[in-house]
Design a protein around this ligand. Sequence first.
Ligand code: HEC
Length: 167
Amino acid sequence: MHAVFFSLVVGLAAGVAAAQAQAPATAPTPLQAHLTGPIPPLVKYEIVGNTTIPQPLTERPGDPVRGRRVVTDASNSTCLICHEVPTLEEFPNQGKIAPSLEGLGSRYTAAELRLRLVNPKLLVPDTMMPAYYRTEALTRVQRQYVGRTIYSAQDIEDAIAFLMTIR
Ligand code: HEC
């Protein structure tokens, strides 16, 4: 009886160790909680004048401090792959293949940035910029993103709050 119990415990421990060994190297951080678990329904939004989404996607106002973490998160399509943001000088090797986001908050309104982040294809149909809040009409989507948006609705609002501070 003891032997059976012992092998059961050892077996369980080995199973746990194996599961840990298989855990992906980049386990989702709390920042990316929306990339695991049940898929939240897409927040409905209204596009006004073809260039803006005036209404925030969430009731909670955007948090610029969290937004800074969202847009610089190297494990989740950071803007810095393609764009330069001079005020984020602690991040080296910023992208140079897209326009610099210098002075963004003086050049854009939050409503314009919201559409640009949610679905930039509506502004530039063949853009390579990802649609951060879209689940339809995407091609060759990585498994972790199937059915999911790159950013959560709150991520979009927090990102906008940060981007508006870039003057
Ligand atoms: C894969 C590359 C890529 C990524 C990642 C990317 N963009 Fe872009 N973005 C572009 C390109 C290219 C353009 C130029 C216009 C176009 O082709 O859409 C652009 C245009 C823009 C513009 C308008 C440019 C201007 O200065 O008028 C804004 C604003 C913008 N991006 C913000 C962002 C933000 C914020 C993020 C991150 C949340 C981001 N982009 C992520 C490629 C990218």
